[in-house]
Design a protein around this ligand. Structure first.
Ligand code: FAD
Length: 275
């Protein structure tokens, strides 16, 4: 039996003309899966912001739906409002709204300290024009004081006017099930879309997961480490683990799956091909 579930794919903004060309090739390959939308990340603090809007415009020019991520930490209200107006003028009506993390040593939190402030500002300024997705953390945000605090802040963010939430990646389906149960109990009925990180590289995954607070199960880490430089074995094992996770998430009622592609088509298509 083949599982059919809506999908979306996330990219980072390319830094070179070659990267841009490669990204458009990746978009074409992933478009075969009829995604609901593509999204492009945004560098809090300014490093890649123009690249985000360029990439979104390029993807949209091919006839696909694309959403920029937009972060608020360190940003001013005035600048944020300009961005919203510009996006609206271009016909962009979907945003992934985030707080973001400022590069170390860079200024204070600014006028919009939390993602909920950004969501409120978007609703206040642009009404219902934008479909707003926000971030969710089934294993809790690394800076959260307590899980209860984090859930409370998440609920506030949804109540500020978000339509959906996309989760940080995780490899423990029970954490997702529990998170959804907890937020439903607090009256949040919006779709909570699992973020899926395909496994292709042991070192990169271990490094990323440390920073963002995503737990990799010990048996997965040990097995990946045991493959050393054997990229084929890492790929085959990673694909199997992530496909099984996706199947479990679908059984748990996940409304769709959002893939962190790192601008590559093959890892996400490999996982989807196994479902
Ligand atoms: P928030 O929802 O503001 O939460 C951040 C922390 O503050 C949490 O610990 C929360 O509990 C706490 N908090 C919230 N409100 C309050 C309050 N009122 N009082 C006290 N504490 C509070 N980063 C980027 O820079 N660019 C991107 O494009 C990007 N895309 C992402 C996409 C997804 C799907 C996800 C899951 C994350 C993404 N991130 C991105 C990372 C994200 O910016 C970081 O995880 C950041 O640390 C938190 O952002 P947030 O929007 O979840 O913040």
């Amino acid at each position: 039996m083949t599982l059919s579930i809506p999908v979306s794919f996330e990219f980072f903004p390319p830094k070179t003309a070659e990267g841009e060309e490669k990204l458009m090739h990746t978009v074409t390959q992933l478009a075969t899966r009829n995604p609901e939308f593509f999204s492009v990340t945004y560098g809090a603090g300014g490093s890649t912001q123009a690249g985000t809007f360029n990439a979104v415009a390029n993807i949209r020019s091919k006839g696909f739906e694309a959403a920029p991520h937009l972060s608020c930490v360190g940003a001013t209200r005035a600048n944020t409002l300009n961005i919203l107006d510009e996006l609206k003028a271009q016909g962009v009506n979907r945003i992934v709204a985030l707080r973001g993390d400022l590069p170390s040593g860079m200024g204070g939190m600014g006028e919009l300290a939390h993602a909920s402030d950004l969501v409120s500002l978007i609703r206040e300024h642009s009404g219902d024009w934008f479909h707003i997705s926000v971030a969710a953390y089934p294993e809790y945000h690394p800076q959260a004081r307590t899980p209860q605090d984090d859930l409370k802040h998440f609920v506030n963010k949804m109540q500020a006017g978000a339509n959906t939430a996309i989760t940080q990646y995780f490899y423990n389906a029970d954490a997702y099930a529990r998170f959804v149960e907890d937020v439903r109990a607090k009256g949040v009925n919006a779709p909570i879309i699992p973020g899926i990180m395909p496994i292709t590289n042991y070192n990169r995954l271990a490094r990323f997961s440390e920073t963002c607070g995503a737990e990799i199960p010990r048996w997965v880490l040990l097995k990946l480490a045991s493959f050393g430089d054997d990229a084929e074995s890492i790929k085959a094992f990673g694909q199997e683990v992530v496909a099984q996770l996706c199947e479990r998430l679908v059984q748990l009622g996940a409304p769709s799956l959002h893939f962190y592609t790192l601008n590559q088509a093959e890892p996400s298509l490999g996982v989807l091909g196994q479902l």
